[in-house]
Design a protein around this ligand. Structure first.
Ligand code: PRX
Length: 634
């Protein structure tokens, strides 16, 4: 079996050993997978980032260097929601588009180091826009399609974006998603303080949208007129390639900054290794480009490795169940990478749906974003992969740049629902609460020893917060925020977040972010957001709100509606809770700290087994919470 894959248990062991024994030499050798204008002479991050003296451009690595070998090969196959709507961009087409857009941006005064926000539905223009920014050394900030205007406004303000690339609308079945209108509202929220000077609009449909004179322009005519050659900006390895906002335990999302050389080396290295990349592969990662998975495994990893990537505009089961499987059949997809939430939802439709489609092109299946349960893993492996495709459960984070724990096809034996082993060069540690290292089979806090090329550089505008969040909690190690169990063979099983981050369908939501939004409601004195297990989404978001004393019955009823409204407006509809419990107080310690553990257990429907409640300042409140949950669950 193992000879089918590029790695064998022996070559993998050698890789692990090489990385262990001489990391400097190992990573310098791995950096050779990229094309550098000036090759690095040093690998390890000694304070000035990875591959410090190397010079390169990410778009050259994803496009130009492939032109002479695979200029006519499809770089992107884009399948529209309409069956007949297919666009194929060869590497040469991609070059033309990226250069044209790079020229448009330059013509409008966008320069190296400037920030450009990208807010687009699932169209190929998203990847083109990312690479065009990379070409001119501008940092892209891709914004998730589901963000509200306020969420966009916060990110535009924090990043100081000078230009925006958006769409007239997005398509979702018969529905139209108002991208341009949302962007207009976002820019307006900051008024004169907004740094956005230009809004470029991709026409996804024929729908007309208002254009503000002097600021807005349709992108297609500008690109048609622009030359399709554009000299790449030469970047230092540690120059930032992009910012990507993610949620943590503070109310404010953080702009994670990734480097050019280190990040791209990591994207290429991990994409090749974990997906067993081979020429001729058709690689489909279903992530939205607004998340890190969409950066590393829709755009940078596959393109750096000269793969063909598939992008699909539509939803898994629209217009009918089986649509994704039909896309795999039609385009002979070899590698399919998606989330446990999607796998569970598709599993619920029944085995007879995928059985109707020829899925024999598949070679490798992947899962990311949240722990995958045994049943979903097995279904994916047996029903979708026909028992012959390895399932790579890849554990990583926005901050790690690319996968850190994953099965390597052909080399690592699977264990259902385990992300298996750390990749070569990744040194994981399990610590107890006091920061003591745990050996052998153990469960604890997952940390990473030392650095790796894909590690984020910093948090935009807040290096102190980067240190405080990731480096200070366990000095000398990078703190992941996750808990994990390691079995006697060194296999890792992620147990979930140990901080106040909730992972709903693989979307990271900070409880503080929700509570911050809710604090805008005058009738509420306090709130708490917790995550509880959810059959499909992995975790469901539950909110407890405490209205001010003395409100009328009608005011109390309206608190729920206000909460939904304010979360949709501040964050986006994807963050609207499953349940909102209106209660008169929250369980607190004597020092006034909310006891989330208890709130989580009660929200799960537990009625007892809470341990010693005498340490609470207000033990009587527990009964009220239990009653509220029981009433809602009928
Ligand atoms: O809790 C882990 C979970 O997702 C978090 C990272 O979220 P984000 O930065 O949005 O990146 C998601 C895509 C890489 C992690 O801290 N997570 C991610 N992958 C897995 C996972 N949990 C378990 N198993 C995974 N494979």
């Amino acid at each position: 079996m193992s000879q089918l894959f590029r790695m064998t248990p022996e070559s993998y062991k050698r890789l692990v050993k090489d990385a262990q024994s001489d990391p400097e030499r190992f990573w310098l050798r791995e950096s050779e997978r990229l094309e550098w204008s000036a090759s690095p002479s040093r690998a390890a991050d000694k304070g000035a980032g990875w591959f410090e003296d190397g010079r390169l451009n990410a778009s050259v690595n994803c496009i130009d260097r492939h032109l002479h070998t695979r200029g006519d090969q499809a770089a992107i196959i884009w399948q529209g929601e309409d069956e007949d709507n297919v666009v194929t961009l060869t590497y040469r087409d991609l070059y033309d588009r990226v250069c044209s857009l790079a020229n448009v941006l330059r013509d409008h005064g966008v320069r190296k180091g400037d920030r450009v926000a990208i807010h687009l539905p699932a169209v190929a223009d998203g990847v083109v826009a990312m690479l065009a920014c990379a070409r001119i050394g501008a940092l892209h900030i891709v914004l998730f399609g589901g963000f509200s205007a306020e969420a966009i406004a916060d990110r535009l303000a924090d990043s100081g974006a000078v230009a925006v690339i958006t769409a007239n609308v997005g398509r979702r079945g018969a529905k139209r998603i108002p991208f341009k209108t949302t962007m207009d509202a976002a820019i307006k929220l900051r008024g004169a303080a907004s740094a956005v000077r230009h809004v470029f609009v991709v026409s996804v449909t024929e729908d007309k949208v208002p254009l503000q004179e002097g600021r807005d322009a349709l992108l297609a005519p500008l690109m048609d007129e622009a030359p399709s050659d554009s000299p790449p900006e030469l970047m230092k390895s540690a120059d930032p390639l992009f910012l990507l906002y993610t949620s943590g335990s503070t109310g404010k999302p953080k702009g994670i900054v990734h480097s050019t050389g280190g990040y791209l080396t990591w994207a290429s290295f991990t994409h090749e290794l974990i997906f067993d990349h081979k020429p001729g592969d058709v690689f489909w990662c279903t992530a939205d480009i607004g998340w890190i998975t969409g950066h590393t495994y829709v755009a940078y990893g596959p393109l750096a490795n000269g793969s063909t990537l598939l992008m699909f505009e539509g939803m898994p089961s629209h217009p009918a169940p089986g649509r994704w499987w039909d896309v795999i059949r039609k385009h002979r997809v070899t590698t399919f990478y998606t989330s446990p939430t999607a796998i569970r939802a598709l599993m619920a439709e029944g085995d007879e749906i995928p059985a109707r489609y020829d899925l024999s092109s598949l070679r490798v299946l992947g899962s990311v974003g949240e722990p995958i349960n045994h049943e979903a893993w097995t279904w994916f492996h047996d029903v979708i992969g026909g028992g012959r495709c390895p399932v790579v459960d890849t554990w990583w984070q926005t901050e790690t740049g690319g996968a850190m724990i994953s099965l390597v096809p052909g080399a690592v034996a699977p264990r259902p629902a385990s992300a298996t082993l750390p990749l070569p060069g990744v040194n994981l540690l399990l610590l107890d609460e006091k920061g003591q290292k745990l050996d052998g089979s153990a469960e604890g806090i997952l940390c990473i020893d030392g650095s790796w090329p894909g590690r984020a550089l910093t948090i935009w505008n807040d290096d102190a917060l980067f240190r405080k969040t990731y480096l200070d909690p366990y000095p000398g190690h990078y703190f992941t925020g996750d808990g994990a169990r390691r079995d006697e063979d060194g296999y890792f099983w992620i147990t979930g977040r140990v901080d106040d981050v909730i992972n709903v369908s693989g979307h990271r939501i900070g409880s503080a972010e929700i509570e911050d939004a809710l604090s805008e409601i005058h009738d509420i004195s306090e709130s708490a957001a917790v995550g509880i297990p959810h059959d499909i989404k992995g975790q469901g978001l539950i909110v407890y709100v405490v209205p001010h004393a003395g409100l009328s019955e009608a005011q109390i009823v309206s608190v729920r509606e206000q909460a939904v409204k304010v979360i949709s407006a501040r964050i986006g509809r994807y963050a609207v809770p499953e349940q909102i419990y209106v209660v008169s107080d929250l369980p607190k310690t004597r020092s006034g700290k909310n006891v989330r553990r208890l709130m989580r257990k009660i929200a799960c429907g537990d009625k007892e087994g809470f341990g010693d409640l005498s340490t609470l300042a207000n033990p009587g409140i527990v009964e009220e919470l239990i009653t509220a949950v029981a009433a809602a669950c009928g």
